[in-house]
Design a protein around this ligand. Structure first.
Ligand SMILES: *Cc1c(COP(=O)(O)O)cnc(C)c1O
Length: 414
């Protein structure tokens, strides 16, 4: 039975007993797997038998525990298949290399994670002769104009890091498919909130390091797509995951798997708090950007695309104008009030704050940074869910008063 709801699909995907009847799946730590008959081995190598039929070859190829986590990711994203890798960057680079050969071309959003930008802007042109054109992903005419007969991929983030612009996935998919191009979406910022594959994306990639794992203790990634695509990542001659080898350890897969069941609760709580803060900051006149505010340029689009159970995501940004004031705010928030941590990354249970212009987006050229709208005083806040909402709000308000970004507190909520 196929169901449209990710949570229902996930419940089905997770219904697997451990080896001794354990309520958690067993961890298959072996790096190599026996066959019962010698004739099976050549079949495995020829790709005539594979992981979906329960046939395993070697730990850098499919591993049963990692494969089971992949099934959970496929359930979340509504794709036929998925597999995990050692990091988000491993997942992204494998997806691009699977779709592009030397000489091919990518049309990429001009606002993507700094590492993805560097991969497309610097690494792939030099190492693989795969070149990218960066465009404003909300400008469909510009995207179409950038497509050439070499273009194989349109690459974007569902919610862009750090500008929080939302990709119009259905229209991007339509445009891509009209030109026989694949749409690859990085859904790191919005698991469950947005379902790119059901909106038309061909491949969905994740840094599971962020919301999916949720505890800032594991680096991990996933690629979700058709079974053919995922099997291709492991091809013994041409598969980028098989050849480059950024393998996820099965013990890591088992750990992440234990955090998937409360992903929905966490994502909803992150979003609830981010929305509350965003609304109150706006009331105080602080320049705040959040896709759930009616003045956000993609508010209407977000309303159309999102799953309502998860608000508008757990990330907001404040523009303090200068890097100095951004730093002053983060300093007071961390060191005087204990509101959160000055650290990159996101999706952690505690609040994380960073200044993208001088950190996670600093790989970008000054020109690309300004055309993407990343100001030097921008502070990205990944809103955590520890403490109470009111306690955290008091801390945030106090810090804004301290640096004179606001003149008075909001009247006490009734
Ligand atoms: C962090 C991040 C990545 C990279 O993920 P790693 O797990 O650190 O390799 C990619 N895309 C986005 C949107 C990210 O936030």
């Amino acid at each position: 039975m196929t169901t449209r709801n990710p949570i229902e699909r996930l419940a089905e995907a997770r219904h697997e007993f451990g080896e001794h009847g354990g309520v958690n799946m067993s961890v298959e730590a072996s790096t190599t797997f026996t066959v019962m008959k010698p004739g099976t081995m050549p079949e495995l190598f020829e790709g005539r038998k594979a992981a979906p039929e329960g046939c395993y070859l070697y730990g850098r190829h499919f591993n049963p525990t990692v494969y089971q986590l992949g099934r959970q990711l496929a359930a979340i994203e509504g794709t036929e298949s998925a597999y995990c890798a050692a990091s988000g960057m491993a997942a992204i680079s494998a997806a691009i290399l699977q779709l592009c050969n030397s000489g091919d071309h990518v049309v990429a959003s001009n606002t993507v994670y700094g590492g993805s930008y560097a991969l497309l802007h610097d690494f792939l042109p030099t190492k693989a002769n795969i070149n990218s054109t960066f465009v404003d992903i909300t400008d469909l005419a510009a995207i179409e104009a950038a497509i050439t007969d070499k273009t194989r991929v349109i690459y974007a983030e569902s919610i862009a890091n750090p500008t929080l612009r939302v990709a119009d996935i259905p229209r991007l998919a339509e445009l891509a498919h009209a030109h026989d191009v694949r749409l690859v979406i990085d859904n790191t910022f919005s698991p469950l909130l947005l379902s790119p594959a059901s909106l038309g994306a061909d491949v969905v990639v994740h840094s599971m390091t962020k919301f999916i794992n949720g505890a800032s203790d594991i680096i991990a990634g996933a690629v979700c797509g058709t079974t053919e695509f995922v099997q291709g990542l492991m091809d013994l001659h041409q598969g980028p995951l098989m050849m480059l080898g950024p393998t996820m350890d099965p013990t890591i897969a088992a750990k992440i798997s234990l955090r998937i069941p409360h992903l929905a609760l966490r994502v909803a709580e992150h979003a609830q708090r981010a929305e509350t803060f965003a609304e109150r900051l706006q009331e105080l006149g602080v320049p705040v950007s959040y896709p759930g505010l009616s003045d956000h340029p993609d508010f209407e689009l977000m309303q159309q695309l999102r799953c309502e159970d998860y608000g508008f995501g757990g990330i907001l940004t404040l523009d303090l104008g200068t890097e100095q004031r951004a730093n002053d705010l983060m300093d007071v928030l961390q060191n005087k009030y204990g509101f959160g941590f000055m650290a990159v990354s996101l999706g952690y249970f505690d609040t994380l704050m960073s200044c993208p212009g001088s950190s996670t987006s600093s790989e970008m050229t000054d020109e690309d940074m300004s055309s993407a709208g990343i100001g030097e005083g921008l502070v990205r806040i990944s809103v955590g869910y520890t403490g109470t909402t009111e306690q955290r709000w008091q801390q945030l308000e106090s810090a804004l008063l301290d640096i004179a970004a606001i003149k008075a507190r909001l009247p006490e909520a009734v």
